[in-house]
Ligand binder design. Structure first.
Ligand code: ADP
Ligand code: ADP
Length: 226
């Protein structure tokens, strides 16, 4: 687990759009932060900069004591969960979970331990030999989360992970993520459009507007403000 600190982080895209305008905040170890705000306010850009998927134009992002923008992508100790689950279609669920760890040279028994632990937590143990196409949408989304969990990262980043699911599954997965959050306690930054997701999951809610923090605080207090 780790703290994440953003210090005057800015993003100016090549065309001149200033997508993030000097965002500063400290995220505590184990804290679950939800980022909300209107479309185009910079949520995804900010998350991608924390993930190291987008270059930072100015400022610094630290995860633990490491400045993200100066760490090789392969050494960044974070895992991202996307809305398009991007599972490998030709691999079993087990191999989908194990693949990234094998690439990183994690020993076989350790891989097995982590895959089985993630499968237990996510209740996908019965599907480990199936291919993704034989799974329901909710099961696939769990496998996608499993790929992030097995890495045992210092932090999770979620980019609207439930937005492709139907309403019923969204509710179910929201509860599931809440449960995961309680059992793993990993520092998380979660982007969503969904107010219920934000209310359920956030320790602290950050409202972005025009690339800057407009409000930050307890989700109930933020939503109840006139
Ligand atoms: P959100 O996730 O809140 O919808 P984004 O971070 O995607 O917002 O976008 C913030 C702003 O940056 C928008 O004005 C968007 O058009 C612009 N933007 C996003 N990605 C790019 C890009 N690759 N190149 C240029 N402008 C971009
Ligand atoms: P995986 O199977 O876990 O995606 P790969 O070996 O294919 O692992 O990863 C390729 C690169 O992409 C690595 O540099 C890794 O840091 C990065 N990466 C992989 N998965 C994620 C993720 N979920 N979140 C952030 N970065 C990732």
């Amino acid at each position: 687990m780790a703290t994440i600190s953003l210090e005057n982080v800015r993003k100016i895209y090549a065309g001149g759009v200033e997508a993030v305008k000097g965002v500063s905040m400290d995220i505590a170890d184990g804290e679950f932060i939800v980022l909300v705000g209107p479309s185009g306010c910079g949520k995804s850009t900010l998350l991608r900069m924390i993930a190291g998927l987008e270059e930072i134009s100015a400022g610094d992002i630290r995860i633990g004591d490491r400045v993200v923008n100066r760490v090789d992508p392969a050494d960044r100790d974070i895992a991202m969960v996307f809305q398009n689950y991007a599972l490998y279609p030709h691999m079993s669920v087990y191999n989908n979970l194990a693949y990234g760890l094998r690439n990183r040279g994690v020993p076989r028994d350790e891989i097995d331990r982590r895959v089985k632990e993630a499968a237990r937590i996510l209740e996908i143990g019965a599907f480990l030999e199936r291919k993704p196409k034989a799974l329901s949408g909710g099961q696939r989304q769990r496998v996608a989360m499993g790929r992030a969990i097995v890495r045992e990262p210092a932090a999770f980043l979620f980019d609207e992970p439930l937005s492709n699911l139907d309403a019923k599954l969204r509710v179910q997965m929201r509860v599931e993520i809440k449960r995961l959050q309680k059992s793993l306690g990993t520092t998380s930054v979660y982007v969503t459009h969904d107010q219920l997701e934000a209310m359920t999951l956030a320790d602290r809610l950050v409202v972005l507007n025009g690339g800057a923090i407009e409000q930050i605080g307890d989700p109930i207090a933020v939503y109840e403000q006139p």
